[in-house]
Design a protein around this ligand. Structure first.
Ligand SMILES: [Zn+2]
Ligand SMILES: [Zn+2]
Length: 127
């Protein structure tokens, strides 16, 4: 596919630029990020974009929809990973956090299940 149907959403990152504009909070984000090879999500709102198909960084996906950060997972000895779900095709992907990701945004996602438990927390004291 040499031609993209939707040039409206083509970001400067696609042309090898050094920054991209977040499609969720509109922040201009430098592609350089501490602790990662290539930044794949916004450090402010943590939204990503569905650009990779099979391999991180391959930019082979035609979807291009926003990917919502839905959960934090822990890998190995404490590495945090953001789980993204595509708002267009519902594909899931996991991405390492970057050194400058907003800690409040990360904590908001990590604590969301605790803030909305499916059972009263008092039940735990009766186990
Ligand atoms: Zn953002
Ligand atoms: Zn998608």
């Amino acid at each position: 596919m040499s031609q993209r149907r939707d040039d409206r959403s083509r970001s400067r990152a696609d042309q090898g630029a050094r920054s991209f504009r977040c499609h969720h909070c509109r922040l201009d984000v430098s592609l350089w990020a501490p602790g990662t090879q290539h930044r794949n999500h916004c450090p402010n709102c943590l939204y990503s974009r569905h650009v990779d198909d099979r391999l991180p960084g391959d930019r082979a996906s035609e979807c291009r929809a926003r990917m919502e950060p839905i959960a934090i997972a822990v890998r190995g000895a404490g590495e945090w990973v953001i789980v993204h779900r595509c708002t267009g095709c519902a594909e899931l992907s996991s991405n390492r956090t970057a050194g400058d990701d907003n800690p409040l945004s990360l904590m908001r996602i990590a604590t969301r299940p605790l803030a909305q438990p499916p059972f009263p927390l008092e039940h735990l004291t009766r186990l």
